[in-house]
Design a protein around this ligand. Structure first.
Ligand SMILES: Nc1ncnc2c1ncn2[C@@H]1O[C@H](COP(=O)(O)OP(=O)(O)O)[C@@H](O)[C@H]1O
Ligand SMILES: [Mg+2]
Length: 283
């Protein structure tokens, strides 16, 4: 068990779809677990894409998902919702559910609709080192719940899309609203996705991001067909091929995050991966 005194909860969020939220959850979870940290992925997206990759069961077959945690949410239901045997070694999962798409009215009937998740998962404090919440592609009540329950939010942002920043201010505005309920919420970082520094559009977007937002992660994520391949094979790109460029980038990103949030990197094996990577850069 890890040495931290409390759990760090990170919402992976961007209200645009297809920016790499789910892939980032899957690969960061793997990278953190390989560094010896205890990790839970909480799938808060009705599309349940993270569950389709990480879970051994089809989400439609799972009775107790994050929806049931939100709706009933006794500690017993929470315990039942956690699946410890998944496709990613050392990564636990609370499944998402297609039925999440209809949960908003139930949540709105609560006294503090955006704080239901925070209230339900507080029992996990100290059990995991890291909880990653995969958010839906919308600034909806589920995303508000993720932000209200989290210590940090991480924004994956493709740099090859010149319109990519459209709407970012809405996300930042939502965060300001949520901060009233959750003052500890901080930007962990903007993660430049499918980034290629040789392309002018990517370089321009990188400059814009660095001038407007802080922090932007030092580590960027490249394009690799290995990501799609891994998703299809229900694994992470790190587990599929640790020498894949993106696998190494997520591993290094996990290291950057661990040092940002002051956790201990417990596993020497991943450090060897980092050394491989450093050698590759210097050769
Ligand atoms: N670094 C990457 N290189 C290539 N394809 C990627 C990369 N990251 C994500 N993808 C692909 O882009 C699509 C959207 O990614 P996903 O993680 O599902 O985004 P989101 O959760 O934001 O909708 C998926 O098909 C995924 O395989
Ligand atoms: Mg997704």
């Amino acid at each position: 068990m890890a040495t931290t005194s409390r759990t760090t909860i990170i919402a992976v969020t961007n209200h645009k779809g297809g920016v790499g939220k789910t892939s980032t959850c899957i690969n960061l979870a793997t990278a953190f677990a390989r560094r010896g940290l205890t990790v839970l992925v909480c799938d808060l997206d009705g599309q349940a894409n993270a569950s389709l990759v990480i879970g051994k069961l089809h989400p439609s077959k799972v009775q107790v998902t994050i929806r049931e945690v939100l709706l009933s949410g006794t500690p017993e239901v929470l315990t039942e919702a956690i699946h410890t045997d998944t496709n990613l070694e050392g990564v636990h999962l609370i499944y998402g559910s297609i039925r999440l798409l209809k949960i908003e009215n139930d949540l709105r009937a609560r006294v503090r609709p955006a704080e239901v998740l925070a209230d339900k998962i507080k029992y996990l404090n100290d059990i995991y080192d890291i909880i990653l919440i995969d958010c839906p592609p919308a600034l909806n009540l589920l995303t508000h719940n993720a932000l209200a329950a989290s210590d940090y939010y991480l924004i994956p942002q493709p740099t090859g899309d010149q319109f990519g920043l459209y709407g970012m201010e809405d996300l930042i505005g939502t965060v300001s609203d949520i901060k009233a309920a959750n003052p500890k919420l901080k930007l962990l970082g903007v993660l430049m996705m499918q980034h290629d520094n040789r392309k002018l559009v990517c370089k321009t977007m990188a400059d814009t991001l660095r001038s407007k937002y802080s922090p932007v992660f030092e580590q960027t994520i490249s394009h690799s067909t290995g990501v799609q391949q891994a998703n299809m094979l229900k694994t992470s790109v790190i587990d599929l091929d640790r020498n894949n460029k993106v696998a190494k980038e997520y591993s290094k990103l996990s290291k950057e995050i661990i040092s940002m949030i002051g956790l201990n990197d417990l596993n020497q094996i991943s450090n060897e991966d980092d050394e491989d990577e450093e050698e590759a850069h210097s050769s």
